[in-house]
Design a binder for this molecule. Structure first.
Ligand code: PLP
Ligand code: COI
Length: 363
């Protein structure tokens, strides 16, 4: 266990003001009163672990992260339970993925216990900011940046800052759970074999904004990424993995694209691959092409599609548009299998359903 230096904010927001902010927090707009920082220096390792008041970071303009984007992040949530306690969902899975991303970005690994300890400390300091409203949660954003100054690119940074901030949040997609529309991106590629697709590095998202902008110009909510070589195989969405439902009722089965190295191994994706069989819904990881998606919807074999991720939870996909046309899935409403999986997952996260896989960790 690393020793943290703790300095709490001198002044806390009055309860009334905090409650007013929590009434309509949006997603990732509002931040709590503290943050965690830990530094790493080559030859010394991790040091200066601190819990301190939330505030700006002072960095030299020549800091490597500004120039070469040596940065990566994680995203997970803290959930208020019916008895008022606070838990998170599979935080060690996020810690493990964080380290896999670190390996790819030539950044130092952080011990998993330290990652979780940092979350615990921050949530404990800002407990009052964990929402109690239905569907709201405290979104936790651990990240690491290269803090060495200098323009050389011969070696990765010799200094890093790990930081965790927390954001009380409502649903990622505003309004009721209505299906989203998606744009099949053929002009741009998110990730190619050997690249950083499986890592949660900021650069993947920086390069994605132009395609997301195009999706919006095309009248869609989100971009769907296809493989880099053929622009044909469905991979994932801007910030979510994708699932397809074949059949319905007792015959329903789930299909999701396999982890080829070019898509993010979502923790929600992994959880659904384990949860669905518990509900008697078979799962398989299979490549699916855009043509198959369209044809299987047309034949009635593919009945539902949904996006899943920490921020998006489970969100139905209702309309798919690409350069050569568009089609609608499930009449634009959330399908029964999607709804069932969503209810089960959310039930575990909010403590309303049993947790057979021991995914819940008290914070
Ligand atoms: N794919 C991308 C590109 C993402 O940014 C995310 C969000 O973290 C996901 C998938 C879903 O991952 P998870 O379920 O771990 O949140
Ligand atoms: C998440 O779901 O945690 C994400 O990182 C998605 C998005 C907000 C980038």
């Amino acid at each position: 266990m690393i020793e943290f230096d703790v300095k709490l904010a001198d002044q806390r927001k009055p309860a009334g003001e905090r409650e007013a902010l929590l009434a309509d927090p949006g997603f990732g707009q509002l931040f709590t009163e503290h943050m965690v920082t830990i530094e790493w220096t080559k030859g010394e390792g991790w040091h200066d672990a601190r819990l301190r008041p939330y505030g700006p970071l002072a960095l030299d303009p020549a800091t490597k992260v500004f120039h070469y984007a040596q940065e990566l992040f994680e995203g997970l949530k803290a959930y208020r339970q019916p008895d008022g306690s606070i838990v998170s969902f599979r935080p060690y899975a996020n810690a493990a993925r964080f380290n896999i991303s670190c390996d790819r970005m030539a950044m130092p690994r952080l011990p998993e216990e330290t990652f979780v300890q940092a979350l615990e400390l921050l949530v404990d300091a800002d407990r009052d900011w964990v929402p109690t409203r239905e569907g709201h949660s405290l979104y936790l954003r651990p990240f690491i940046i290269a803090t060495e100054t200098g323009m050389g690119v011969n070696a990765p940074s010799a200094r890093y800052l790990f930081c965790v901030i927390a954001s009380p949040s409502a649903a990622y997609f505003s309004g009721a759970i209505k299906p989203v529309s998606v744009w099949l991106s053929t002009e741009y590629t998110r990730a190619a074999p050997g690249g950083t697709g499986f890592a949660k590095c900021g650069g993947n998202y920086a390069a994605a904004f132009v395609a997301q902008q195009q999706a919006v110009e095309e009248g869609c909510d989100q971009v769907v990424w296809l493989d880099a070589a053929e622009h044909r195989w469905v991979e994932e969405m801007g910030g979510m993995n994708l699932f397809f439902v074949y059949g319905s009722g007792a015959e329903a089965r789930l299909v999701t694209p396999p982890l080829t190295g070019t898509l993010l191994p979502g923790i929600t994706r992994d959880s659904l691959l384990k949860l669905a069989p518990d509900l008697g819904i078979p799962v398989s990881e299979e490549k699916i092409s855009v043509e198959q998606w369209r044809d299987d919807v047309a034949s009635g074999a593919l009945t539902e599609a949904f996006a899943c991720g920490t921020a998006a939870v489970i969100t139905p996909v209702g309309r798919v548009k690409g350069a050569s046309g568009e089609f609608v899935i499930g009449g634009g409403a959330m399908g029964a299998t999607t709804a069932r999986l969503r209810e089960e997952l959310v039930g575990i996260q909010y403590g309303d359903k049993p947790d057979p896989h021991a995914w819940i960790t008290k914070l």
